[in-house]
Design a protein around this ligand. Sequence first.
Ligand code: PEP
Ligand code: MN
Length: 288
Amino acid sequence: MSSQLKGSNGFTTPAGHTFLPGPEARPQTRPVAIGPELMVGGGPVILMAGPCSVESYEQTRATAEAVHRAGGRVLRGGAFKPRTSPYSFQGLGLEGLKILQAVADEFGLLVVTEALGVEQLALVVEYADVIQIGSRNMQHYPLLWAAGETEKPVLLKRGFMSTIEEWLMAAEHVASRGNERIILCERGIRSFDTATRNTLDSTAIALVKQISPFPVIADPSHATGRANLVIPAARAAVAAGADGLLVECHPDPGAALSDGEQALPLEWLPQLVNEAGRVAAALGRTLS
Ligand code: PEP
Ligand code: MN
């Protein structure tokens, strides 16, 4: 397979996606509509932000209000959490989905949240606008197939130890079941360097934009693992061509039940929007 990506002829999948590296072969990004009117990959860089985990109504509402004020369009937040330790907070489950929906409605935001397994998919489809498939699940084929049988957009994170080709093939697993509303998310890959949680593969953003029709967004939070690196990484991702940003933020990062070290305090959101927005503007795009 890897020779096919590198080779000059590329390949076309049965779902009709042509992966052709090289300057002459640039499939146009096919925008993915989420909710009634928002397009990802249609020009503006879309800001999706919210807590790592939905912890309470108050925490999620305060976060949604700040995301809305900063101009964000989509509220993120985990109700079902893939935690490294089974003894860590696992999420509020259905109650978390209800909180997300209620506060997103109040502020006119859309919702992206993760389905950890096939058994949660129906609930996520019911409460969210976008199904997130997490890094650890990128090659969970039954989940990819089940998401491919829904009509909801799928945000497919790159596995932290997956090649670009494996990531694109995971997207094909979704598409092969009929759902082509796929948004790819580069969220950092594991490298030899332990100074940061992961390594943002900004080249992957640029490459996938050149060879795949799916919009590509970036998650600078999991890519860096540190709040004070999130804005610089977001700038880099937009510079590389990202169609959106998925960012973790929290009203009180020190008290967060998951990923507090990488959560932007809510007061930092305007700076994120300002700086990433200026990079977008340099490329003739807006950020919202
Ligand atoms: C998340 O976005 O909440 C998450 C768990 O991310 P990842 O799957 O990229 O680790
Ligand atoms: Mn997280």
